[in-house]
Design a protein around this ligand. Sequence first.
Ligand code: RIB
Ligand code: CA
Length: 310
Amino acid sequence: MARKIIIDTDPGQDDAVALLLALASPELEVLGITCVAGNVPLPLTTRNARIVAELAGKPVRVFAGCEAPMQRPLVTAEAVHGKTGLDGADLPEPTRPLAPGHAVDFIIDTLRAEAPGTVTLCPLGPLTNIATALTRAPDIAARIRQIVLMGGAYFEVGNITPAAEFNIYVDPEAADIVMKSGIDLIMASLDVTHKVLTTRARVEAIRAIGTRVGSVVADWLGFFERFDEAKYGTEGAPLHDPCVIAWLLRPELFSGRRINVEVETASPLTLGMTVADWWRVTDRAPNATFLGGVDAEGFYTLLTERLARL
Ligand code: RIB
Ligand code: CA
């Protein structure tokens, strides 16, 4: 029985690779893709998600969600992802329309329709859609199997500010709602994503698949990595969002701790910081499995093998 998931996303080249990994993996049943404003505004994240679904050749429904954070103006990341959010490869505009209805309603309705504890939410962007759904329909919290998200940082500190990771920073109030929801949370933080760099050899192995998907992904990564290579002086960039899907497929590739994680929502200096009690120096109750380690070669072997299936 395939694991039922909803992927909430703000494509973004790394989101796109995560979507392809999920759509290529028979262990997962993608019930729908819900889009949120983040890397680029909502009209582009919905366009990009539809492009990826059609590139994968999968008839998965794509829904438009929240176009702005719950209480703050949107912050985007075109400097990283380009003006379309999916720069690097020339792909045709999507032909299949958006699914009707709001993404938040799809999340609520799906969780109420499916058996309790059978649907996993996989947020890859700001948590606005997820938190809005939890606020509008508190009953769904008990029906969610797990939330496996990309977000936060501790040892790696911030990437959008010195203190905060982008997904959390864009909508810290939404992240606070999710962190306090009581739902079983798995956090693929920068602490783990910064250990899976898109090195030359790894990108060329993807291109060597020899398919259109392999070529497109290699081209996306060639564009996506330039910002972080210049910033960090590394060969390659962190491939953030596919870590969420890889954890679902092969959790043994990752390591982490169940600890308390809280989000700063007030301080202008540290807004969006995930305060992770990694050393358990407080008596705050653990609320998340915070990932910190990963077998990077195993991750790329899995990713490359699965992309070759599309
Ligand atoms: O900080 C990395 C995260 O922000 C990733 O999800 C990337 O796609 C951007 O949304
Ligand atoms: Ca993302």
